[in-house]
Structure formats: C-alpha cells, structure tokens
Write a protein that binds this ligand. Structure first.
Ligand SMILES: [Zn+2]
Ligand SMILES: [Zn+2]
Length: 186
C-alpha cells in the first residue's frame, strides 16, 4: 500500500514528526511502516504540514492522488517545494534521478563510470547474489536511460512521469535532468 492522505478519523493518533496529537478531522499523511515484531505493516501518521517538512516526497505523491479537498494546499505545496530545495527527504520509489554521490558506480547501459555529482537515473532491477535474487537500485547516465528502455520495456513518457513523481531534486534541477534524459545526451 502506498502513502495516504486522509482526514483523521479520531483524535487519538499522534504525529511522528512533532509528537503532538492529530486532531479529529485534520489532514494527515500516513506512511506505511513495517516493524520487526509484526508481519502486518502499520501506519505512521504525520500532520500534513509536518510531513511537508520531513517527508516532502511522500506527501507530494499522496497529494497527487488525494481526491478530497485540501484547504491549505498552497501552503503545503510551498512547504514541500521549500523542503525539496533544501534536499530533504529521500527518494520514495523508482525510477528517480539524483546526483551521483561518488564517481565509482558504472552505468548499467554503457558500463562507463557515472561522474561524481552528475545526474544519474536510478531504476529498480533484480540483483542475483548467487544464492538469491533480490531487488535493488541500478544506475544509469541520464543520456543512457532512454536507450535502456529497450531492455526493461516501458515508454519514455512513463519513465519521465515516474521520475517526476519520485525524484527529490529541486524543480530546476529536475527539469535539467529530464531534458538530458529526453535528449539522450549528457
Ligand atoms: Zn506534527
Ligand atoms: Zn551510460
């Protein structure tokens, strides 16, 4: 299950960000969490505004699909943009674009190294460890992402759409990265 936005059904839950109670009827973001003691995931709740600061990506994603009324939508959007600009939050799914933290990773597509601090596209892939197959991130140059669709299927539009949803880059950087992807050149 994905993250959800809803009006609090009761006033019993408290916000995981500020620890204060979330009043009945207040808009809150629920993030699914698993813990080691239980097989059933539970929801961790945050005030919408607290989530904008701490979990901007998750909130942005949930707001995109929420059909109800969001009274302070503009305020939330401004807070989300602000947090993203400060580089808060972490990617919430694949595919996404971020900046390569080192120059060591090789591109899945062309097998050349991905330069430190350049944009890279992360996609989910199966990793065969020998004893088991797990899922993890694979990285590519932005210019190689479209070429790689031949292996993974999917269209360029779907790729860009996914990247817009999941990336935690500042809006300006995101447009530059998407431009590189669409051009197929770095
Ligand atoms: Zn809060
Ligand atoms: Zn490449």
């Amino acid at each position: 299950m994905a993250n959800v936005i809803e009006e609090a059904k009761s006033g019993r839950a408290s916000c995981r960000t500020c620890k204060k109670t979330i009043g009945k009827g207040e808009l809150r973001l629920g993030v699914e969490v698993t813990n080691q003691f239980s097989d059933t995931p539970s929801m961790a709740w945050h005030h919408a505004l607290c989530a904008a600061g701490k979990l901007p990506g998750e909130l942005k994603e949930a707001m995109a699909t929420y059909e109800g009324d969001i009274p302070n939508k503009l305020e939330l959007e401004a807070a989300i943009a602000d947090s993203l600009k400060k580089g808060k939050g972490k990617p919430g799914g694949f595919p996404y674009v971020d900046r390569a933290p080192t120059g060591r990773a090789k591109c899945m597509q062309c097998e050349e190294p991905i330069g430190k601090d350049t944009f890279r596209v992360a996609v989910e892939r199966e990793i065969d460890t020998g004893s088991m197959v797990t899922r993890g991130a694979g990285y590519m140059h932005t210019k190689c992402a479209v070429a790689n669709l031949e292996n993974t299927g999917g269209s360029k539009d779907e790729l860009v759409e996914g990247i817009r949803t999941h990336s935690r880059l500042a809006p300006d950087d995101l447009e530059v990265a998407i431009g590189e992807i669409e051009a197929g050149v770095a």
